[in-house]
Design a protein around this ligand. Structure first.
Ligand code: SAM
Length: 520
C-alpha cells in the first residue's frame, strides 16, 4: 500500500539552474562558518544565490531552524494588534497601547513584553511623532496601508536599535533594478510606504532609497507566518536563500507565538541537489503560478513542472476538447504565457486569451457559490467537469473543500453521512492524493491532512461491511491495515507541525485513532 503514495525520485539536477560559481563564502559567511550545515550556498546567473544539499538528506530532516529577524503586519491588512498581529473580531474591546495609542488585543498581550518587537522598535517613535492622529482622517484603505507600512518602519528602526541585525537584513536582495522598472509597483511604494513614513509620519531621517530597499527586501524575501486570525509577514536568516520550485523538496512551519521557523526536506534529497520551496500555491495551474511569480517575485519559473504541458502527468491545467470529445487542450509552449493551446487528439486550437477568459468566467461562477454549500459545489463539479479535466486546479480546489465538508458541517457530520456520501468522501480524497503525490510528494502537510480525511470513510465502511457479513475477517484485516497505514503516515507528518496548530490537532487525533484501533 505504502508504494501507492510514494514519491517519484526527484530528477531536479544542478545543471537545471546553471550554477556559475562555487560556494559563495563572501556574502554568506555566517552560513559557511557553521560546521555540518546540511546545505551549501551557491550562486547562478539565473537564480542568484540558492542552497544545495551538502550531503544526502533523509525525508523529514530539519535543515534550517531559525528565529526571525523581524515580523510585522501583512500587506494591506485590516487593523491587527501590534503586539501579536491578531485581527480584531467583531465587538472586541478597543484597547490601546498606553504609549503610542495604536490598537492592541489586550494590555496583557504576550507580544507587548518589553523585549517584544513593538516595544523594542516602533512604540516610542510612533508616540513621539503622534502617528495615531492620522487614523482620524484616514479612509479604510489608508488605514490598511498604515498597517502595511509598520513592517517597513520596523526594519528601518533596526538601523539604530540593532545595527548588526540591520546589516544582516541588508544581505537580502531587494531586486531594486528589476523592481524600479515596474512603475506601477515603484510608484505605489513611493506614495503609500516611502512618503507615508518619511513625510506623513515624519521619519525624514530615512532616505527614499533606503526605504525602497526595505520594501524590496520584504517583497522578495518575506514569509507568511502565523495562523488565522494571527497572520503576519516575517523575514528570516538563511531560509530566504531557498529557491522556488513548483514541485518543492522542502516545507516549513513556524511556531505559533515566536514564529521560530523550521524548514524540513519533504523527501530524500541527494547531495548537490538544490533545496527548494514553493513561493506559489501547489494546487494552481502553470499559467496562474507563473503570472503570480512574475508579479510578486519578479521572475518567470522554468522548472520541470512549468516546462511540461501536462504538469508531470497530472493535467491540472487541461481543458476537455468539446470538438472531438476525446482529447485534452493543453498549452503548446507552457513557458510562453501567450502561446496557443491545442487539443492533443484533434489539434483544435484555442488562443491563450480565450483560455484565460474561460477560466475567469468559471472562477466567477465558483466564487458565487457559498463555501459550505455542498450541493452547489457538487453541481459545479458536474457542470464544469464537462469543460475541464478531472484534475483541473479549479475542480481540485472544490474537491478539497468537499472532502473536508463531508464529515465536518451540520447535516454532513460523520454519523449523518449516507453510504454514498462516505464513498464520495473516499473518492474525493483519493483523487486529490493522486495529484498531491506527483506535485508535492513525501512529508507534505497537504498529503498528511488528506490521508487523515481518507481514513474516516475507509474505517467506517470496513466495519459496516464486516457487520453485514459482506466481507470476511481477512478482507476486514486488509482494509484495517490500510487505515492504520494512513493514520501512521498522517501522524508522522503532522506531528511536526507547531503544537497548538490545527494540523498538530489532526496528528493527535490520528494518534488517538490508532490507539483505539489497537493491533490489526
Ligand atoms: C527569496 S529570494 C531567493 C534568494 C535570492 N536568490 C538571493 O540571491 O538573495 C527570491 C528571488 O530569487 C530568485 N529566484 C528564486 N527562485 C528562482 C527560480 N526558480 N528561478 C529564477 N529565479 C529565482 C528570484 O529573483 C526571486 O525573486
Amino acid at each position: 500500500k505504502q508504494k501507492k503514495y510514494d514519491q517519484p525520485k526527484s530528477n531536479h539536477s544542478k545543471e537545471n539552474i546553471n550554477p556559475s560559481a562555487e560556494n559563495d563564502n563572501q556574502s554568506t559567511g555566517e552560513l559557511q562558518s557553521q560546521a555540518n550545515t546540511p546545505y551549501l550556498v551557491k550562486r547562478s546567473e539565473q537564480v542568484g544565490r540558492y542552497i544545495v544539499a551538502s550531503r544526502d538528506l533523509k525525508a523529514g530532516e530539519a535543515i534550517i531552524e531559525t528565529q526571525l529577524f523581524v515580523v510585522g503586519p501583512c500587506a494591506e491588512t485590516e487593523p491587527v494588534c501590534l503586539g501579536c498581529h491578531s485581527a480584531f473580531g467583531p465587538g472586541s474591546v478597543a484597547y490601546r497601547c498606553e504609549n503610542c495609542n495604536w490598537r492592541i488585543c489586550s494590555p496583557d498581550c504576550h507580544g507587548l513584553a518589553p523585549e517584544g518587537t513593538h516595544r523594542k522598535l516602533e512604540c516610542i517613535p510612533l508616540r513621539d511623532k503622534a502617528v495615531h492622529q492620522h487614523f482620524q482622517t484616514s479612509t479604510t484603505v489608508q488605514v490598511k496601508l498604515m498597517y502595511e507600512a509598520i513592517l517597513t518602519l520596523r526594519c528601518m528602526l533596526l538601523k539604530t536599535v540593532d545595527p548588526a541585525q540591520y546589516d544582516r537584513l541588508l544581505g537580502m536582495d531587494p531586486l531594486n533594478v528589476v523592481r524600479q522598472q515596474i512603475p506601477k509597483l515603484w510608484n505605489r511604494n513611493q506614495k503609500e510606504i516611502v512618503e507615508r513614513i518619511r513625510i506623513a509620519w515624519g521619519f525624514e531621517e530615512y532616505s527614499e532609497q533606503e526605504l525602497h530597499t526595505i520594501c524590496g527586501i520584504i517583497e522578495v524575501n518575506a514569509f507568511e507566518v502565523g495562523q488565522e486570525p494571527t497572520k503576519a509577514r516575517a523575514l528570516f536568516p538563511k531560509a530566504y536563500l531557498l529557491m522556488h520550485d513548483c514541485t518543492p523538496n522542502t516545507g516549513h512551519t513556524d511556531a505559533l507565538q515566536t514564529h521560530q521557523l523550521t524548514v524540513r526536506v519533504l523527501r530524500d534529497v541527494n547531495a548537490g541537489e538544490p533545496l527548494t520551496l514553493t513561493y506559489a500555491h501547489i494546487l494552481q495551474g502553470t499559467l496562474k503560478r507563473r503570472q503570480h511569480l512574475k508579479e510578486e517575485k519578479f521572475f518567470l519559473c522554468n522548472c520541470r513542472r512549468c516546462s511540461d504541458p501536462t504538469e508531470l502527468g497530472t493535467n491540472c491545467s487541461a481543458l476537455r476538447c468539446t470538438k472531438c470529445a476525446r482529447g485534452h487542450i493543453l498549452p503548446t509552449d507552457p513557458l510562453n504565457q501567450e502561446a496557443e493551446w491545442r487539443c492533443r487528439q484533434c489539434s483544435t486550437g484555442m488562443s491563450c486569451e480565450a483560455v484565460i477568459l474561460l477560466l475567469e468566467k468559471i472562477s466567477q461562477q465558483l466564487e458565487s457559490i457559498s463555501g459550505n454549500d455542498v450541493d452547489g459545489l457538487e453541481a459545479f463539479l458536474r457542470v464544469q467537469g464537462a469543460v475541464l479535466h478531472d484534475n483541473h486546479y479549479l475542480l481540485l480546489s472544490v474537491k478539497h473543500s468537499l472532502c473536508e465538508l463531508y464529515g465536518k458541517i451540520e447535516g454532513y457530520l460523520i454519523p449523518q453521512l449516507t453510504q454514498e456520501q462516505l464513498k464520495r468522501k473516499e473518492q474525493l480524497c483519493r483523487d486529490l492524493l493522486e495529484v498531491v503525490v506527483q506535485l508535492e510528494p513525501g512529508w507534505s502537510r497537504l498529503r498528511g491532512t488528506l490521508m487523515y480525511e481518507l481514513h474516516v470513510p475507509l474505517l467506517i465502511e470496513a466495519g459496516q461491511l464486516f457487520q453485514r457479513g459482506v466481507i470476511q475477517r481477512t478482507e476486514l484485516r486488509r482494509r484495517l491495515k490500510e487505515v492504520q497505514w494512513l493514520l501512521k503516515e498522517s501522524e508522522r507528518i503532522l506531528a511536526l507541525e507547531p503544537v497548538g496548530s490545527p494540523e498538530y490537532g489532526i496528528a493527535e487525533a490520528a494518534r488517538e485513532a490508532l490507539n483505539n484501533m489497537g493491533p490489526v
